[in-house]
Design a protein around this ligand. Structure first.
Ligand SMILES: CC(C)(COP(=O)(O)OP(=O)(O)OC[C@H]1O[C@@H](n2cnc3c(N)ncnc32)[C@H](O)[C@@H]1OP(=O)(O)O)[C@@H](O)C(=O)NCCC(=O)NCCS
Length: 155
């Protein structure tokens, strides 16, 4: 997939605002472009009302996912801090679940650093922890943080 440059600009603006540099989780524009070129990755942008942003309007959030055999992995998921806790994240998860199902997935997977407040959103949505990678993430200050893998079964 070769996304319009405008979409990448909007996605990267949310990326820059949403991820705490301490954890090194944000991707570069090049990484996003490369992932989308692979052909099995896709993205969604939403505006502050939860709709696809109109041309020229800023995005409030995005998700980036990769589909594989019977599974879809949420690679990146972010909402601009200005628009958080209004249900936009949950709305994107609903939309991703529907889209993943239509692509043939039976479950959604994601990996999260231990302690990310997003965990309560994932658990409320129905994700269950299925594994851990000890010391998987490294912070800017050199501390190590476990990764937790969550799965959500698509009915
Ligand atoms: C995770 C994220 C996308 C959620 O977006 P959102 O639009 O705020 O999500 P929603 O409004 O649908 O859900 C918010 C719920 O998430 C949880 N939550 C998210 N951030 C939280 C925080 N800082 N403190 C406490 N709870 C938080 C709460 O359960 C909250 O529900 P509540 O508002 O009813 O208490 C957003 O916090 C974000 O961009 N975080 C930084 C990037 C990131 O860590 N992405 C996930 C990588 S695994």
């Amino acid at each position: 997939m070769n996304p319009p440059a405008d979409d990448l600009d909007r996605l990267m603006a949310v990326m820059a605002a949403a991820f705490d540099p301490e954890y090194g989780e944000a991707w570069t524009r090049r990484q996003v472009e490369d992932a989308l070129l692979l052909g099995n990755c896709t993205y969604e942008l939403i505006d502050d009302c939860g709709n696809p942003p109109a041309i020229g309007c800023a995005a409030a959030g995005f998700s980036l996912s990769r589909h594989g055999y019977e599974e879809e992995e949420l690679l990146l998921f972010a909402v601009d801090p200005k628009h958080r806790r209004k249900g936009l994240g949950a709305r994107m998860l609903v939309s991703l679940a529907e889209a993943a199902k239509s692509r043939g997935a039976h479950r959604l997977l994601l990996e999260m650093r231990r302690g990310n407040p997003a965990e309560s959103l994932y658990r409320t949505f129905g994700f269950q922890p299925i594994g851990e990678r000890p010391n998987y993430y490294r912070t800017l200050h050199g501390d190590r943080i476990d990764a937790i893998t969550f799965a959500f079964v698509l009915e």
